[in-house]
Each structure stands twice: as C-alpha cells, then as structure tokens.
Design a binder for this molecule. Structure first.
Ligand code: MUC
Ligand code: MG
Length: 386
C-alpha cells in the first residue's frame, strides 16, 4: 500500500500592518501600529496551515524586523522546505536550524503553520500534539503603557470593573528611575489589593539604576520586574535576582533553550517569560519551559503582541503546561484596532480561553487580511513554490 503523504507545495508570506488602539509606550519605542508576518502553507492534499511571526517596534526590540522575517522565509526557509513531507515537523525544524542561524521569529512563523497543518489533517488541536491541554483558560495580564499615569489609572480601573484584567504590567524605563518608581507606586496605591502590579523595563537600566529601581519598586508593592538590564548582562541579572525580594524575570535574555540553560545555570532570573517567537517556535519554547521547570523557576506566558493567530498558537502550548506560576500576558489581539480571525479569542473573568477547533484553533477572516495587508492587495504577495 502506498502511503499518501502530503508534501509542502507552497509557502506564502504576507505583511499585515494593524493600528494599535492607543500609543503603546515602551522604553525603546512607541508603537502605533503592530506588524505581523502571516505565513500560509499549502500541502499537496489541499490542507493549509497558518502561522505568524511578529516582533515589536521595527528593529527596536530585537534583531529581526517584519521585513527580515519575511525575507528569511521567502529566500531561505521556504525554498528549503518545499517538496518535503508535511507531517515531518521535527525534520523541518532540524533542517531549518541547520541552514538558518538565528532568525527565530521567522522560524516560528513557519513552524506554527506546519503544526497547524498537521493538527488539521489529524483532526486534533495542536495542544494534543504536545500531550494534551491541562487548562482550558489561563490568567491574562494587561500592559499599562499609555505614557501617562492618569490614563493608565483610568484604563486599569475599567479593566478591573469589567473583569477583563486584574494583573497589570507597567512599561517603564523611559523616564528617570525616580519618576518611574513614583508612577508605579501611584498606580499600585490606586488599585490596592484589587490588582497585582509588575513592570517591564525592556533593558533600559544600568546596574546602578536597577539597584535603586528594584528597591523602590518592591517598597511600592510591585511584585515583579522584567528585564531590568541588558539581555547580555547576566552577572547583573544574577545580582539583582539574589539581592532583592521582588521577582526578576528574564525576557530578552531568553532566545531559545541554550539561553534558558545559561540563565538558569547562572541564577540570572527567578522567572522565565516564555515567548514562542523568541524561542524559535512551539517546540523550542517547550524546551525552554522544560529547562525552567527543571531549574525550579517561575514560568510566565509571554507575548510579542501577536494577533489572534500567534496568540492561539501560544495558547495551544501554554495550555499544556502544568503550572504557569505568573499566568500569561496573551492580550495582543486586544491592543489592535482590527481582528483578523473569523472567531476572535475570548477574554473573560480575567482569563484568556483556549480556542476550540483543530490545528491552532484559528481561522482567518479573508476580508480583514485583504484590508490590513501592507501591499493593499494591489500587488502579488510573495509566493515560494507553486
Ligand atoms: C515585552 O517586552 O514583554 C509584551 C507585552 C507588552 O506590552 O509588550 C511586550 C513586550
Ligand atoms: Mg518584556
């Protein structure tokens, strides 16, 4: 009997630019638009898999831009995978890792589409391919980053009242340490016990600034500080982790399992922010999770502010994790003015819900894709194969 194995026939990439609901002010950039690279893989049996690769603020967050993500897929990753067996996801991951260094977000977009196609063909959610979901909903934080304390307070109060979020991550690192600590203290004082408050410095502080900052933040009732110093300053991260009660979370320091091992071995964090895109895909993220678990660290489900598509993919993996001690921040779709999924992700009672359906559990709305695509639908999208 001849086994009917579907091959990878076509890999398409499309850049989507979606305005945010307000300016999202981070230490290194203010986002007014989020840009996602959409990947669609067509297989020879007619099945289709979709994936997303997204970064933050052009090249201000990390080494990949939306344009480099697309070009890495179109020029290198896509051509290497064409004609291969669609079901061989591990083989594809291993081949791409051999042929392409770094470029983890580009790898992620393609890998998610491969998992999605496989799940759909097998008639199971991707979570099943990772052993099965043990949660159908996860706590979800919101980021207060309007750049204005008054606006942040109003936003927080509305989120608490509507039972959408009661955990807030404040983006700091743009003003002086003193001003930042005062901003955080004011918000924590206003929300009181109704909400938990954390901060993300996005690498903006020197070690000296971080020492003052962490002391002030923990006195203000802030429970966690994310990436206070540069990703490569592992000794500084280790000092801050050991010297203060406030939890220190590694984000930009964690680019895949090798970094995870190094951070864990150096005691350079209390908590891992698990980002699928930064890890290099769902499989590599699962390896980062395993290292964090083995080291006894706290886990947090991070985001690159993906659309509903990348968010659904992350939910497939995070729902399989025994304990995410610090919950998740999978709120990306809520920051965007437009929804690209036919069935949006559900947010309710301070949680985000695992979407139903096979694959990653997401279906695109073609009208929205046509509306948000960078080329305005007027020119051909980039197609590999065909
Ligand atoms: C980051 O650095 O964690 C995640 C949430 C948010 O508001 O920004 C991102 C990036
Ligand atoms: Mg961060």
């Amino acid at each position: 009997m001849v086994k009917n194995v579907p091959n990878i026939d076509l890999i398409e990439t499309t850049i989507l630019d979606i305005p945010t609901i307000r300016g999202h002010v981070l230490s290194m950039a203010t986002m007014r638009t989020q840009t996602a690279v959409l990947v669609e893989i067509r297989f020879s049996d007619g099945s289709v898999g979709i994936g997303e690769g997204t970064t933050i603020g052009g090249l201000s967050y990390g080494a990949e831009s939306p344009e480099s993500i697309r070009s890495a897929i179109d020029t290198y990753i896509g051509p290497a995978l064409l004609g291969r067996e669609g079901d061989d996801v591990n083989g594809a991951i291993q081949l791409v890792d051999k042929l392409v260094k770094g470029n983890r977000i580009a790898k992620t977009a393609v890998e998610i589409a491969l998992w999605d196609g496989l799940g759909k063909r097998l008639g199971v959610p991707v979570a099943q391919l990772f052993g099965g979901a043990v949660h159908d909903r996860l706590p979800v934080a919101w980021t207060l980053a309007s750049g204005n304390s008054e606006t942040d307070i109003l936003e927080a109060q509305e989120m608490i009242e509507t039972r959408r979020h009661n955990v807030f991550k404040l983006k700091i690192g743009k003003q002086s340490v003193r001003e930042d600590v005062a901003h955080v203290a004011r918000i924590k004082q206003t929300v009181g016990d109704a909400a938990r408050v954390r901060v993300d410095v996005n690498q903006a502080w020197s070690l000296d600034e971080a020492r003052w900052g962490l002391k002030g933040l923990q006195d203000a009732g802030c429970e966690l500080v994310e990436q206070p110093v540069q990703a490569r300053f592992q000794r500084a991260m280790a000092e801050l982790t050991s010297q203060y009660e406030i939890a220190v979370m590694a984000d930009e320091s964690l680019n895949g399992p090798e970094d995870a091992l190094s951070v864990a071995a150096s005691n350079a964090a209390d908590v891992f922010a698990i980002k699928v895109a930064q890890s290099g895909g769902l499989k590599r993220a699962s390896e980062v999770i395993a290292i964090g678990q083995a080291a006894g660290l706290g886990l947090y489900g991070g985001t690159m502010l993906e659309t509903g598509l990348g968010t659904a993919a992350a939910l497939q993996l995070f729902s399989t994790v025994e304990t995410l001690h610090w919950g998740t921040e999978l709120f990306g779709p809520l920051l965007l003015t437009g929804e690209i999924l036919a069935e949006p992700i559900t947010y309710r009672d301070f949680c985000v819900e695992l979407p139903a359906g096979n694959g990653i559990g997401a279906t695109l709305d073609p009208d929205k894709i046509a509306f948000f695509r960078r080329d305005g639908g007027r020119t051909m999208k980039t197609v590999v194969g065909g």
